[in-house]
Ligand binder design. Structure first.
Ligand code: NAD
Length: 420
């Protein structure tokens, strides 16, 4: 049986605690989310029927600052998954030294079976249901799987209607016209690109000769593919839940992005017109390709103990949250496959969310060069700290990242003390 995502996260925390001889009290605190909210969300469908969905918001830790984390819409969403994602958010903010704790939210729904109006009603009612615990100084949501700037605009509007005034800093990842930040939409993919170039450099591999396969062609995967191609890398394969495309000479990513069509807002690779030199491949085949870099950028638990032995990539850069289970990670380490952990590799989104929040509070907006330069500075500094710790302690980059993050969180717990 595939290890559950939350079990993997907790086991990684336990092992880190042991390695760093973490204080037992701090260990107990870090393993438990501060607050878990489950809500029921009734909406009227377009046909007039009442349907009730389940939603969640979990705040893992506010010890280093307000909680921060995305909201996903997915049929498989559940409380344990949201707890795992909220925990990873705390670690991500700590490892990049962004002054936030971690949170996550989800609605268990299949957005491909809902109209845009139904999704809007669902979003607004969900915002109302979690309103008692979110806020610009308490918990700031952002987009994740199947949510986007438009969704954030609806949440911002719903909260503003309750408050009687426009509340720009209640969510990040908003449309530019509603107080969003330049560069936020591309930030996670840009961070994945920066981490990939950096890890190639550490392995003395020239990006111009590097072959890359990317699973997931949504916000993170498609933007990382595009930016890495601009750096000269050869993107030989991409996939989403509909299909995968492979070309040994490299895919034309801008052409794919421009020519996949939108069905109910879902831009799927199986709508891309057939090309003679492109082969269709499955997600299983993509993950097992012999490439320099594999970037899983879809969902968690994609590389597990049953397929870890078949992974042939030299390097894995985790675009998604938790795409490699703890058991699979052990196999990859034995095979000497270097993994750049998600809490570093996909941190670009929360870093630019932080910039958006700062800009919203100040009502003073930066240009794109300033956003990208500050993003690069934070990513490269965090990468360097993790890389040096991993070399010094002879541990993996994931172990080093968890150590660094847990050290910062436990220090904040120590400094604040326990209330009352
Ligand atoms: P998205 O909804 O924009 O895209 C998800 C992609 O994954 C789609 O192309 C979808 O078709 C594909 N997919 C879904 N199930 C799949 C499957 N079983 N096999 C192959 N492909 C599948 O979501 P996103 O925002 O790009 O998020 C992707 C991952 O990155 C998630 O793990 C998310 O938590 C993580 N992440 C996102 C952000 C962000 O800013 N959006 C930030 C940090 C981490």
């Amino acid at each position: 049986m595939v290890q559950s995502f939350y079990e993997s996260v907790l086991e990684n925390i336990d092992n880190t605690a042991k390695r760093m001889k973490l204080d037992a009290g701090a260990h107990r605190i870090i393993k438990q989310p501060e607050r878990e909210l489950t809500v029921s969300i009734p909406i009227e469908t377009d046909s007039g029927e009442i349907k009730v969905f389940t939603g969640y918001r979990v705040q893992h830790s506010s010890v280093r600052g307000p909680c921060k984390g995305g909201i996903r819409y997915h049929p498989a969403a559940n409380l344990d998954e949201v707890k795992a994602l909220a925990t990873l958010m705390s670690l991500k903010c700590a490892v990049t030294n962004v002054p936030y704790g971690g949170a996550k939210g989800a609605i268990k729904c299949d957005p491909t079976h809902l109209s845009k109006k139904e999704i809007q009603r669902l979003t607004r009612r969900y915002a109302a249901m979690i309103l008692p615990i979110i806020g610009p100084r308490a918990d700031i949501p952002a987009p994740d799987v199947n949510t986007n700037p438009e969704t954030m605009g609806w949440i911002m509007d719903a909260v503003s209607m309750y408050k009687g005034a426009t509340v720009l800093d209640i969510v990040t990842g908003k449309p530019l016209e509603l107080g969003g930040s330049l560069g936020r939409n591309e930030a996670t993919g840009r961070g994945v690109m920066l981490n990939t170039l950096e890890i190639l450099r550490k392995h003395n591999m020239d990006p111009k000769n590097a072959t890359i396969a990317i699973q997931g062609f949504g916000n993170v995967g498609s933007i990382a593919a595009d930016l890495l191609m601009q750096k000269g890398c050869k993107i030989v394969a991409v996939s989403d839940y509909s299909t995968g495309l492979y070309c040994k000479d490299g895919l034309d990513i801008p052409d794919i992005i421009a020519n996949i069509s939108s069905k109910d807002g879902n831009r799927l690779l199986n709508t891309y017109p057939k090309k003679p030199n492109y082969d269709l491949i499955t997600n299983k085949q993509l993950l097992e390709l012999d490439v320099d870099v594999l970037i899983p950028a879809a969902l968690e638990n994609q590389i597990h103990k049953d397929n870890a032995d078949n992974i042939h990539a030299k390097i894995i850069v985790e675009g998604a949250n938790g795409p490699v289970t703890k058991n699979a990670n052990e196999v990859l380490t034995e095979k000497d496959i270097c993994v750049v952990p998600g809490i570093l590799a996909n941190s670009g989104g929360v870093i630019v969310s932080y910039f958006e929040w700062v800009q919203g509070i100040q009502s003073f907006f930066w240009d794109i060069d300033e956003v990208n330069a500050n993003l690069e500075k934070i990513i490269l500094k965090s990468f360097d700290e993790i890389w040096r710790l991993s070399k010094k302690e002879r541990i993996t980059m994931r172990e080093a990242a968890f150590c660094l993050a847990i050290k910062r969180i436990s220090r904040a717990i120590e400094l604040r003390g326990i209330f009352p």
